[in-house]
Design a protein. Structure first.
Length: 143
């Protein structure tokens, strides 16, 4: 999202710069300065309209790009907000169920009820144990 914000800002600056340059060239706003500028860039002498149209095209393309990037930014933001809200709702429902419990024993019973078979320490040992022949198998699996 930070990248999208930076792209929107940078392309906005570029578009505004192109638009300002097009306005300056089209309306001859800087008469004396413009004559010096045109003397260094002789291309502008006969092709001023082409340069103005090119700059306007860049400014408008930048505007379309800003609009599409902003729409994508809003989409990603809404998606993230939805995911965060979903996770918070699920966490809230779990905490709400735990808050109803009055003692640590009730919380443990609730945990055991929610975990089902996985609360047993020997579930994995029944299927696979690297200590199968060891006499201390029960002690090791409890640890």
């Amino acid at each position: 999202m930070h990248r999208s914000k930076n792209q929107i800002k940078n392309i906005g600056r570029f578009s505004m710069g192109c638009l300002v340059m097009a306005i300056i060239l089209e309306f001859h706003l800087f008469g004396r300065v413009e004559s010096c500028f045109v003397s260094y860039f002789s291309f502008l002498h006969g092709h001023r309209a082409f340069c103005v149209n090119f700059l306007i095209g860049c400014a408008c393309s930048g505007g379309v790009l800003i609009l599409s990037e902003y729409i994508e930014y809003i989409r990603i933001e809404r998606k993230l907000v939805y995911e965060i809200d979903t996770k918070l709702r699920s966490a809230y429902s779990v905490l709400k169920n735990i808050d109803k419990k009055e003692s640590l024993i009730e919380i443990r019973e609730y945990r055991d009820e929610m975990l089902g078979e996985y609360k047993k320490p020997f579930v994995l040992v029944e299927y696979y144990s690297p200590f199968k022949g060891d006499k201390r198998q029960k002690e090791i699996s409890e640890k």
